[in-house]
Design a protein around this ligand. Structure first.
Ligand SMILES: NC(=O)c1ccc[n+]([C@@H]2O[C@H](COP(=O)([O-])OP(=O)(O)OC[C@H]3O[C@@H](n4cnc5c(N)ncnc54)[C@H](OP(=O)(O)O)[C@@H]3O)[C@@H](O)[C@H]2O)c1
Length: 259
């Protein structure tokens, strides 16, 4: 699955799933735009990719706002010449039910997980219509397909991502633009570590308990999600659009009844 000659923007690629996506696209020949707020981590990811023979750049961007999203797409096209693949990965999570979700937490979750994804995708599609093709892969969540206690804003935001994926796939199928999402389950990143740290207690024990509730009895490595993103973005998935692919060790198949 060569991406030689292609350009890819991965939002939220200073760590975790986004970093794994940036690395796999670079390894397969794409010129990659790494993005996020943390400049130290962003430059570190770019340095590692370029040291391994890849071609990556890092423009820092806080995506909480339409202007920043438009600017990131414009910068990508200006620096790389075109945009073939947009991976909407940046995301945040607060653990709270409705009563304990503040206005600020609700609005920030929607700003990063939904609004930014919409602004970026809209700008990307306008460009892709101009060049006659393109691919968008959204990072939704298994929690956008099913409910999860104590994560109201996050689940609502990821449900929106699932529906944006379906609607944009339908609207732009005739533009030769494919739009899909992956819906990760439990992937071992800073996000999961932060949730467990907030719960308190022994981290190793919590990770073992989390794994015990997953049909495959383990968390995933971020690269296992990145490989699915890579596939959906590639010509191997040329007839796949509007799909929301669970990458969750079997969780979605349980229908919520943990084995
Ligand atoms: N880990 C899981 O189990 C899991 C499961 C399902 C879905 N997901 C989804 O997968 C995606 C990546 O998750 P992850 O686990 O890799 O999370 P992570 O380790 O917390 O990384 C999140 C990324 O998003 C970026 N980001 C956050 N707020 C941003 C903002 N305002 N502007 C720009 N970038 C921002 C962060 O960059 P900076 O800190 O540099 O800004 C970071 O690169 C998210 O959409 C998440 O919801 C994760």
């Amino acid at each position: 699955m060569s991406f030689a000659g292609k350009t890819v923007l991965v939002t939220g690629s200073t760590t975790g799933i986004g970093e794994a996506c940036a690395r796999i696209f670079a390894e397969s020949g794409a010129r990659v735009m790494v993005s996020g707020r943390d400049a130290d981590r962003g430059h570190g990811v770019v340095a590692a990719i370029n040291a391994a023979g890849g071609n990556a750049q890092f423009p820092a961007a806080d995506l909480r706002g339409a202007a920043a999203c438009g600017e990131l797409i414009a910068t990508t096209i200006e620096r790389l010449g075109r945009l073939d693949v947009l991976v909407n990965n940046a995301g945040i999570l607060y653990s709270a039910d409705a009563v304990h979700t503040s206005d600020e937490q609700w609005l920030e979750t929607m700003a990063v997980n939904v609004n930014a994804l919409f602004y970026l995708s809209r700008a990307a599609v306008k460009h892709m219509q101009g060049i006659g093709k393109g691919v968008i892969v959204n990072i939704a969540s298994e929690w956008g397909l099913n409910g999860e206690p104590n994560h109201l804003a996050y689940c609502a935001s990821k449900g929106a991502v699932v529906q944006i994926t379906r609607c944009m796939a339908l609207d732009h199928a005739r533009d030769n633009i494919r739009v899909n999402s992956v819906c990760p389950g439990e992937i071992h990143t800073r996000m999961v570590d932060a949730i467990l740290a907030q719960r308190g207690g022994d981290m190793g024990q919590q990770l073992r308990e989390l794994a015990a509730g997953i049909p495959m009895r383990r968390l995933a490595h971020p690269a296992e999600v990145a490989r699915c993103v890579h596939f959906l973005a590639s010509d191997l998935a040329s007839y796949v659009t509007g799909a929301n692919l669970p990458v969750d060790g079997g969780n979605d198949a349980t229908g919520g009844a943990y084995p």
